[in-house]
Design a protein around this ligand. Structure first.
Ligand code: ACO
Length: 342
């Protein structure tokens, strides 16, 4: 080794075990019940409950943006982790309902938190966004490139929901969840993550307006292209298959089986999807943490809000093996296995 080589420090050669050291979540105050929806579109409480398991969802105030909800969740996660905004090296917001097309929502969060040291980005992988974002953050922390990542899933889906379309408007809600990732010398932490995508099926779940393909115009507004479109039945089928396979692959990758798992946190898109996954994975429904009845589908926020609630209510305890699974537009999917180290 010559003199120059011996002076070069390469923190990227390190591989560190990364853990979630704090979680937080936030739900807006306004509750929209199935009874409220009965007055808005031709639907019934009975249809919504039997087809989805949803009873109510939260709706953000007009002056409450995705970044505001993200900040509330982030503050709670920072409290849990015992860190200050200036400790954060990276802010990643997973969302399909950003404050604006740009700047990224992470920059708005940074400004509101005063996290002056952080670099900021958004990740867009629909309902899988949080697991995608967590893996991006984990890689940065594991490599030693940074020490502290704030990973947020936040959505104001009420802004991109077509309130005249009963096939979708009953499904979605607003909210945010956050985690802090650090390498604090835990033995295991995040054990494995599997991510996947299939762009051939993009048209089954999309928001077609507002991008370079269909820039905003009078016509795109008339055609209601600025709202989510979904082929529910097709999405249902793929969601079950892909989440089951991702869960199996993630478990295999870290040498565990479904019997080793103490708590499963699935994306909260439909109670029937969760039950179908339960049957195929061979895990009893008691192992699943389900809060779909309170919040509906909050896309990128669903898994992380459920994780935070599972931790706060003691459903997830120190030493537990937790399996998180998600599926969303793209299509995108992912599964992550971790040992809870808090
Ligand atoms: N109230 C009453 N009737 C309704 C409603 C409603 N809100 N919505 C649809 N219907 C009707 C339909 O018009 C249809 O009527 P028809 O038989 O006369 O044609 C009937 O109910 C059945 O409709 P389906 O769409 O076939 O109902 P299904 O059992 O598939 O349930 C649902 C629909 C809940 C959307 C389901 O398909 C689903 O959950 N799909 C997956 C959603 C998902 O996983 N999304 C994940 C990602 S989201 C993201 O990435 C942003």
């Amino acid at each position: 080794m010559n003199d120059r080589d011996s002076r070069i420090k390469s923190p990227l050669r390190e591989v560190r075990t990364v853990s979630i050291v704090g979680t937080g979540s936030y739900a807006p105050e306004r509750v929209l019940t199935n009874a409220d929806l009965e007055k808005m579109v031709e639907t019934t409480d009975e249809w919504i409950v039997t087809r989805t398991g949803m009873k109510e969802r939260r709706i953000a105030r007009p002056d409450e943006f995705t970044s505001d909800m993200a900040v509330q969740a982030a503050r709670r996660a920072m409290d849990q982790a015992g860190i200050q905004p200036t400790d954060i090296d990276m802010i990643l917001v997973a969302t399909i309902s950003p404050d604006m097309v740009f700047p990224n929502t992470g920059c708005f969060v940074q400004n509101k938190l005063g996290a002056t040291k952080a670099f900021c980005l958004d990740v867009e992988a629909a309902c899988s966004g949080f697991l995608y974002g967590m893996e991006v953050g984990r890689q940065f922390v594991a490599s030693g490139a940074i020490n502290t990542a704030l990973i947020i899933g936040a959505e104001k889906l009420s802004c991109i929901t077509d309130w005249q379309d009963r096939g979708t408007c009953v499904l979605f809600g607003d909210g945010a969840g956050a985690v802090i990732l650090q390498a604090r010398g835990a033995r295991h932490g995040i054990l494995s993550t599997v991510l996947g995508s299939d762009g051939t099926l993009a048209e089954l779940l999309m928001l077609p307006g507002g991008g370079s393909r269909n820039p905003a115009s009078e016509q795109t507004v008339k055609d209601r292209l600025h709202y989510m479109k979904m082929s529910g039945r097709e999405v249902f089928k793929h969601a079950v298959t892909k989440m089951v396979q991702a869960a199996k692959d993630a478990l295999e990758r870290c040498g565990l089986t479904i019997d080793d798992v103490d708590c499963i946190i699935p994306h909260q898109a439909n109670r029937r999807i969760i039950e179908a996954i339960g049957q195929r994975l061979g895990a009893p429904l008691e192992k699943y943490f389900i809060n779909i009845e309170k919040y509906g589908n909050m896309s990128a926020a669903s898994v992380v809000v459920a994780l935070d609630e599972a931790v706060q209510c003691g459903h997830v305890k120190k030493g537990d093996i937790v399996l998180m699974i998600a599926f969303g537009g793209g299509f995108t999917w992912g599964a992550s296995v971790l040992e809870w180290t808090k």
